[in-house]
Ligand binder design. Structure first.
Ligand code: ADP
Length: 211
């Protein structure tokens, strides 16, 4: 995060005088407390300063990298998800390929008759099936998919950094975001998180967007 020159001045004052109240920082800069309030809020929210009620401001001593890394660790899947693209187990491989093109995704989630997650079909699964002798219109995706319980899933409140690690260790492109079904067992698919979502997060961090 780029700090303004006033914010840099505040940091210097706090480093030298901590703990120091907002009032005293304002005095040193010949400004009013009200004028400083937004800067102090930004410095506190972004992790440079610590504010203790009735004591004053402290310098946290965190580097920019530490502040960024603390920030990244708080971001959940719900902030960066996409909508899921789902096909039925009984859909043919041909239909799955068409859906993948029309919906412009690389992974399809497969559901059973009760709309609970039963598997995942990726580009390579479909390519592999296309190499076989059978007609693509007659093979159901249920036959070629990776199936439950071997599906790696995640929840909306999971931290995105943990999902990024899973994508790397499992060598997959995406995960279904799921919720337990209220009646019976299994998962309902509520979203999708992929390497593309994680790339968007990286771009937002670099552009210093508020996340
Ligand atoms: P691609 O096939 O395009 O390389 P992936 O790397 O995502 O795409 O998929 C590799 C294999 O892992 C495929 O067989 C796919 O069915 C399976 N797979 C994909 N996502 C998951 C997941 N979330 N859980 C378990 N297996 C998955």
């Amino acid at each position: 995060m780029e700090l303004s020159s006033r914010q840099e001045q505040i940091l210097t004052i706090v480093k030298e005088n901590a703990p120091i109240t907002g009032e005293h920082i304002a005095e040193k800069l010949s400004l009013t407390r009200a004028t400083l309030r937004p800067d102090l809020a930004i410095l506190t929210m972004s992790g440079y300063l610590d504010a203790r009620p009735r004591v004053g401001y402290f310098y946290t001593g965190k580097s920019n990298t530490q502040i960024l890394s603390d920030k990244v660790k708080t971001i959940t899947v719900d902030h960066y998800k996409s909508r899921p693209v789902v096909v039925n187990e009984s859909s043919s491989v041909y239909e799955a390929i068409t859906t993948m093109f029309l919906e412009d995704v690389g992974t399809l989630f497969v559901v059973d008759k009760l709309a609970t997650l039963s598997g995942v079909v990726s580009r390579k699964d479909l390519l592999r099936a296309s190499l076989g002798q059978q007609s693509l219109e007659t093979i159901p995706v249920g036959v070629i998919m990776t199936r439950m319980p071997n599906i790696t899933v995640c929840h909306g409140d999971d931290f995105i950094i943990d999902i990024a690690k899973k994508l790397i260790t499992k060598q997959i492109d995406g995960l279904p975001i799921v919720k337990k079904v209220t009646h019976g067992s299994g998962y309902e698919v509520t979203g999708r998180i992929t390497k593309t979502n994680i790339t968007s997060l990286l771009v937002d961090l670099a552009n210093n967007e508020s996340i």
